[in-house]
Design a protein around this ligand. Structure first.
Ligand SMILES: O=P(O)(O)OC[C@H]1O[C@H](O)[C@H](O)[C@@H](O)[C@@H]1O
Length: 546
């Protein structure tokens, strides 16, 4: 059949990688480094001020040649061009994927259905900037004439994780006279704890939801409205001064009772997990100001241009994506750890979980065939050095292979005595220990009792990347996020899956809607699920009435 797309594992480049893997699987990183004294430098790539040292992966130059060939065979170049041109590469939803247009400079052009989306983007950015300047300067007054001191973003998933991560990451640049809170969970505790010490007269809610139908956000949004009305004398006019919306869905926003004049728009070609640089970033802009927000966008754009134009062999996101395929599909690594050695990046792993796992948690190809290979890894992590005193034991001496991304900044934002040198010494030491380990001879040489030798041996040969940024600026954050976005894209292109839908979240949502009345209505009939679910529902009903 002339038109059938060859399956990934039958491609010559994949077969060649399989054979190549057999020659490398038992080779230790100690050997690879000993054989090539220049390896540390030659297997480091640098672009737009971001350094990626990938030399501590179990690869040789041949591996890279084959991975690049695989990327070419899988049409990565064509996929990149299609994304940047605004083609509807999110085929299952019939949508373009244009988060890259969110950070294109004024005057650029990407046409979608005859409209230049970059012009739309800048119209919204200018409106956001105007609004943020008013709020930050105190020109925007609340219902009782007081200025806004607290901003509460109400959203979940992509409408929460990006804003939270960016706020934490850029806290150094934020207005310290303002308070920022984030409410996401449908658990009432989240809302109650977020507002308990806030004054409604000085509080602004940003109701952030791409669809404006998400159960959690609508429920929290209504609670916010009630809280405001209760605190501001019940006058519905108060809502306009204390509630704005960020959404693609103007009619639902209006139904909710927010004036469309107070709505900041984005579009269906921005995936939720790719939206922190759209109007969903309103809380970020309120925190750091329009200028810093624009500098974050410039960072994103610089990495986009690098990804679009650089040869794969020197292309940071492409290299990271291909190495993830190598570690996952050939070495069988099921998970990947991201370990930022920067306290400001403490929510970065949580942010990446949605980006990577919602994007690449797929088991069928674009053509609908079940994959015969592994796709997205389980992503997890915590900031260093904290993780070192908790789960690193398993990475060093456990039975699972866990590729790690170490992230560090050369210059601290808060210089304090020896802290930064000690922090950086630790990150470098961890990747060194993971790669090289400690042999039984070395352990014995330290005078260790023989019975303890096996316990104190470090096998090493554990792969890692080290990503270095000069300093954690808004611009650097943009580059870092775009690096991961495009690494995810690279992996998806190789696997032939759609990175941009998320049907897997639907079933649980639908079932919850069915269970709600079974919990709320006293006269509800006996639940008709499986025996486990029925039993859980009966217990809850009994507890509720006891
Ligand atoms: O922004 P919203 O439309 O409220 O969606 C919020 C989130 O919920 C959904 O369930 C999706 O899994 C996420 O991709 C999305 O980011």
């Amino acid at each position: 059949m002339a038109n059938t797309i060859p399956s990934l594992t039958s491609r010559p480049a994949w077969k060649a990688l399989e054979a190549h893997y057999q020659t490398l699987r038992d080779v230790h990183l100690r050997r690879l480094f000993a054989d090539d004294p220049g390896r540390g430098e030659s297997l480091t790539a640098e672009a737009v001020g971001v350094v990626l040292d990938y030399s501590k992966n179990r690869i040789t130059g041949d591996t890279l040649d084959l991975l690049v060939r695989l990327a070419e065979d899988c049409g990565l170049r064509g996929r990149i061009d299609a994304m940047f041109r605004g083609e509807r590469i999110n085929e299952t939803e019939g949508r373009a994927v244009l988060h890259v247009a969110l950070r294109m400079p004024k005057g650029s052009s990407v046409e979608l259905d005859g409209v230049n989306v970059v012009t739309q983007v800048h119209t919204v950015l200018d409106r956001m900037a105007e609004f943020c300047t008013k709020v930050r300067s105190g020109a925007w007054k609340g219902h009782t004439g007081k200025r806004i001191r607290a901003v509460v973003n109400v959203g979940i998933g992509g409408s929460d994780l990006g804003p939270v991560m960016a706020y934490e990451a850029l806290r150094h640049y934020s207005d310290r006279n303002m308070i920022f809170r984030f409410v996401s969970n449908i658990d009432g505790t989240d809302f109650v704890e977020a507002v308990r010490d806030l004054n409604p007269a000085e509080t602004l809610f940003i109701i952030s939801s791409k669809t404006f139908t998400t159960l959690e956000t609508m429920t929290n949004g209504h609670s916010a409205r009630e809280w405001l009305l209760a605190g501001l004398g019940g006058d519905v006019k108060a809502v306009a001064k204390h509630c704005v919306a960020v959404s693609t869905n103007a009619s639902e926003v209006a139904k909710f009772g927010i004036d469309p004049a107070n709505m900041f728009e984005f579009w269906d070609w921005v995936g939720g997990r790719y939206s922190m640089d759209s109007a969903i970033g309103l809380s970020t802009m309120l925190a750091v100001g329009p200028e810093q927000f624009r500098s974050m966008l410039s960072g994103f754009h610089q990495m986009d241009e690098h990804f679009r134009t650089a040869p794969f062999r020197r292309n940071l996101p492409a290299l990271m994506g291909l190495l993830a395929v190598w570690n996952g599909d050939f070495f069988g690594a099921d998970t990947a750890a991201v370990l930022p050695y920067d306290q400001y990046l403490k929510r970065f792993p949580a942010y990446l979980q949605q980006l990577t796992m919602e994007s690449n948690g797929k088991h069928v190809t674009l053509e609908g065939a079940k994959t015969t290979y592994q796709t997205g890894a389980v992503f997890w992590g915590e900031p260093g050095t904290n993780g070192q005193h908790s789960f690193y034991q398993l990475i060093h001496q456990g039975t699972k292979l866990i590729p790690c991304d170490f992230i560090a900044c050369m210059k601290p934002l808060n210089p304090l005595g020896r802290h930064h040198d000690l922090l950086i010494a630790n990150v470098f030491a961890q990747s060194e220990a993971l790669a090289f380990g400690k042999t039984a001879e070395e352990v014995r040489g330290e005078g260790t009792a023989e019975r303890l030798v096996p316990h104190r041996v470090f096998e090493g040969n554990r792969p890692s990347n080290t990503i270095l940024l000069e300093r954690l600026t808004p611009e650097a954050l943009g580059k870092l996020v775009a690096l991961y976005e495009h690494s995810v894209f690279t992996q998806g292109a190789v696997w032939g899956i759609n990175c941009f839908d998320q049907w897997g979240v639907e079933l649980g949502k639908a079932l919850a809607q069915r269970i709600v009345p079974e919990l709320e209505r006293a006269e509800a009939p006996a639940p008709a699920h499986d025996s486990s679910t029925n039993h859980l529902i009966r217990r809850y009903r009994a507890a509720k009435t006891s």
